[in-house]
Design a protein around this ligand. Structure first.
Ligand code: PEP
Ligand code: MG
Length: 856
């Protein structure tokens, strides 16, 4: 029979797919001899089976009972034993960390009898009743589905009646009364009683955690983080240890390095006399970990030593959840810690420097998207007004937007196109949609390890948390700044997640240090040096060349500074917009040859000058100039009547039916080459024919191209060599690549159109129309316009590369659709054997990095 449960001693870190990240790492820590409370893990297989069949897999209950017995005999106490109960926690743990998105139930095993036993053995009746209250509440909401608000309301009413400002002022009898009230709430809401049987509590808690895999917020988080929906979660069942047993107890979160900057050294938050949940919820303000050294020096030293052990063992930054119970340190969880983009680069470089990982491993650990984030601008603080508030710089970057005070409003306004900053006292996992929608998140409570901070860092959202000098009034939808300024909903504020500052109004932006480095080569800080080293390493190992899509000399020059090795796509229609548009209209609508010739003549000189300037900016490097390819509705919106212009008179078709158009463009290229050659330059123009579907189109166009090139060579005496190639952007072109290659010196995959025509999705309409529904329903895992669809479009690319090269050995191949700058897609293009990718200038550094990573 399939095994569904593993004791911590039986697993290790390699088993994350089966035991989830938490279960696998608890097993690993147990193997390392670290102080982990004992327990066991129910597998993701069991969860998947449960979610598929709607019932527990056969034998699961019995297996859990067996493992529970082992736990009970090891500790000499039974679950819920009336005079001295063993209590367990039941926690989710997916393969990829989803902080706070799924359910947890603590203190399983308490009931009307064992609460007295716990009171007696702990010598602390208040603690026992508080634990019981927490269990009834957590179980009621997560397992029995009672709206959390009912419990909150009961608590608030009770505190008001008792005149107690917070929970700490409630004594054991108050809490006992609350337990009764909560039980009544559960009965009224569900028709069932809170179960007194510990075994039943455990069983239902496990199933509830399974079910929480499909909770709305968990699904949303997965979609955002591209975590597959079918993995399921494991469930760890672990002996409870208590951080809320008085001043010599507490809970905290530690990082082996600073997750915001990457600086070495133990870093984190501690909350005396509290359970772990209180730390991440940001309900009470934590103290820095250094305080632990004062309160419990021995625990601090041990924690430090364990952190070193873990970082050396995992060879990476780890985060650790720990609890101190009456002066004894316990580790409850570890994982490779989430970190900012800055820290990612800094840590990779440091670990390479320390010899813990190789340079290749260092490169593997940094990601193009993170580099993209480092290129975002920062606030120009010189031009910022007075600080409204200052909090903890929890997730770096700079963003301005209208302050909004709940998640739904954030979503509503963002959907309407407004930039918003989500302001909360603290965030809970239910705020996730608002965090996704907002440009930045600001909270008045909670530490750098609070849920808001962890989630924001993970998704690269700007975040300042624990800004204690503001008062957030969610009901009235406003905040009061430390100087008394009122900020009403809708007022624009600016949040600097790198410094913790919050300003009124919109603060102007300046280039980031990474951007300055890319522009000028100045390495101003250690993060920038780490980026530089990663890029150098990537350049030394990558096989793919990186070119840029650029149509202006300015873009070309920038792309070159960013490391582009040429232009892979110069879209000539962009040179026909603006004041030149009437000339194009005249050319297309001309009734007589003379009219047309006149219009073409007028376009020749400006085109030649454009090409000359671009060739100069890219001197010595290839510049692929594409012949005109606008869908006609872009030029003649009022006069063309094609029902589907994207499939109409565009690309090569236009060149073949408008006499003189190709000749004019080729002449402009040729004359630009001549001008640059005469100026002592090294122009390397290539001519590319768009939207070809049959070799005949290419053959005819190519004849015309070569005729004009020969003509200009003849006229000027300058030998002009321009390779002529084609875009492969229609399925028929890909499928007949062998024939097309006979006329093409290079292929460049136009994956925008190839995706459009392979899927039959209009690239202009589809993302707005039904993609979000498709993504919700799981029909698509990602937009095929963002990340190349390997199965379909990718297959066409492979066919075209292989059959094209077979027909013409040495055929050069590249890609110039948007996918050329997408990390996932770049890996595919590397694997498919392309020679280069071409992307927008700002993506060039990202593509260099990813091309290097693909080659590892
Ligand atoms: C493409 O189709 O991928 C392409 C690069 O051409 P355009 O986006 O200009 O149609
Ligand atoms: Mg195209």
């Amino acid at each position: 029979m399939v095994r569904h449960v593993y004791d911590f001693q039986d697993g290790d870190r390699t088993m994350a797919a089966l035991l989830g990240g938490k279960g696998a790492n608890l097993a690993e820590m147990t193997r390392l001899g670290l102080p982990v409370p004992p327990g066991f893990t129910v597998t993701t297989d069991a969860c998947r089976a449960f979610l598929a069949d709607g019932e527990e897999p056969e034998g699961l209950s019995a297996e859990i009972s067996r493992h529970l017995s082992v736990l009970e005999s090891a500790g000499g106490r039974r679950l819920g034993q009336p005079d001295d109960p063993l209590l367990v926690s039941v926690r989710s743990g997916a393969r990829f960390s989803m902080p706070g998105m799924m359910d947890t139930v603590l203190d399983i095993g308490l009931n009307d009898a064992s609460v007295h036993g716990l009171a007696k053995v702990s010598g602390d009746a208040r603690f026992a009743w508080d634990s019981y209250r927490r269990l009834v509440q957590m179980y009621g909401s997560t397992v029995m589905g009672v709206d959390q608000a009912f419990f909150d309301e009961a608590l608030t009413l009770f505190k008001e009646a008792r005149g107690a400002p917070d929970d700490v002022h409630l004594d054991a009898s108050d809490l006992a009364w609350l337990v009764d009230t909560y039980k009544t709430v559960i009965r009224n809401e569900t028709g069932y009683d809170f179960p007194q049987s510990p075994a039943e509590q455990l069983r239902h808690a496990v199933l509830a955690v399974f079910r929480s895999w499909n909770a709305e917020r968990a699904r949303l988080y997965r979609r955002r983080e591209h975590i597959p929906d079918d993995l399921g979660t494991a469930v760890t069942v672990q002996r409870m240890v208590f951080g809320n047993l008085g001043p010599d107890s507490g809970s905290g979160v530690a990082f082996t390095r600073d997750p915001a900057t990457g600086r070495p050294g133990l870093y984190g938050d501690y909350l005396p006399d509290a359970q772990g949940e209180d730390v991440v919820a940001g309900i009470r303000d934590t103290v820095p970990l250094a305080e632990l050294a004062r309160i419990a020096p021995r625990c601090h030293t041990q924690l430090h030593d364990h952190a070193v052990t873990l970082e050396r063992h995992y060879r990476d930054l780890c985060d650790i959840e720990f609890t101190v119970e009456h002066g004894t340190l316990w580790l409850l969880q570890t994982r490779i810690g989430k970190r900012t983009a800055e820290a990612t680069f800094a840590i990779a470089a440091e670990l390479v420097g320390e010899g813990l990982i190789t340079a290749a491993e260092g490169l593997r650990r940094v990601h193009g998207e993170q580099l993209g984030r480092l290129m975002f601008p920062r606030f120009d603080t010189e031009r910022a007004g007075a600080e409204l508030a200052h909090g903890l710089p929890a997730s770096p970057g700079a963003a301005s937007g209208a302050a909004v005070f709940d998640s739904a409003e954030a979503v509503r306004r963002a959907d309407a196109g407004e930039a918003v900053v989500l302001v909360r006292e603290e965030t809970s996992p239910d705020d996730l949609p608002g965090m996704v929608a907002a440009r930045a998140v600001l909270t008045s409570r909670g530490g750098r390890t609070s849920h808001a901070a962890v989630v924001a860092r993970g998704m690269g959202r700007v975040c300042v948390c624990g800004a204690q000098d503001i008062t957030v009034d969610t009901a009235r939808r406003r905040l009061t700044a430390r100087d008394g300024t009122l900020v009403e909903e809708g007022t624009v504020i600016s949040v600097d997640g790198s410094t913790g500052s919050v300003y009124a109004g919109e603060v102007p932006l300046v280039a980031s240090a990474t951007m300055r480095y890319l522009e000028s080569g100045v390495q101003s800080d250690s993060v920038v040096s780490a980026v530089a080293r990663a890029l150098e390493h990537a350049d030394s190992v990558r096989r793919l060349e990186v070119r840029a899509n650029a149509d202006t000399p300015q873009d070309a020059a920038r792309a070159r500074r960013f490391g582009a090795q040429g232009i892979g796509l110069c879209r000539t229609e962009h040179m026909f917009l603006g004041e030149r548009r009437p000339l194009v209209e005249r050319m297309i609508l001309a009734r007589t040859d003379a009219d047309r010739a006149h219009a073409l003549d007028a376009l020749l000189a400006p085109q030649r000058d454009d090409f000359t300037a671009v060739l100069e900016a890219m001197d010595g490097l290839p510049v692929t100039i594409r012949l005109l390819d606008p869908p006609l509705h872009e030029f003649l919106p009022d006069r063309t009547h094609e029902v589907n212009p994207m499939l109409g008179l565009r690309g090569v078709r236009l060149g073949l039916v408008v006499p003189g158009l190709v000749a004019m463009q080729v002449r402009a290229v040729a004359e630009a080459v001549v001008a640059r050659t005469r100026a002592g330059g090294d122009p390397r123009a290539e001519i590319m024919v768009p939207l070809v579907s049959t070799v005949e189109e290419l053959r005819l166009t190519r004849e015309e191209v070569e005729r004009v090139l020969a003509e200009v060579t003849e006229e000027t005496g300058v030998d002009i060599h321009c390779p002529v190639g084609t875009m492969i952007e229609l399925p028929r072109a890909a499928l007949t690549a062998a024939r097309i290659a006979t006329e093409a010196e290079f292929f460049s995959f136009g994956t925008n159109d190839l995706t459009q025509t392979t899927w039959g999705f209009s690239r202009d309409d589809v993302e707005a129309e039904f993609f979000s529904a498709y993504l919700d329903k799981g029909v698509l895992a990602a937009s095929p316009f963002e990340t190349l669809d390997r199965e379909g479009v990718g297959r066409l690319v492979r066919i075209a590369v292989d059959e094209g090269r077979a027909a013409r050995p040495g055929l050069r191949t590249g890609v110039c659709g948007e996918h050329g700058g997408d990390p996932e897609s770049i890996r595919f293009f590397h694997a498919a054997g392309l020679d280069y990718v071409s992307c927008s200038p700002y993506r060039v550094p990202v593509a260099r990095l990813e091309a290097g990573r693909a080659a590892l």
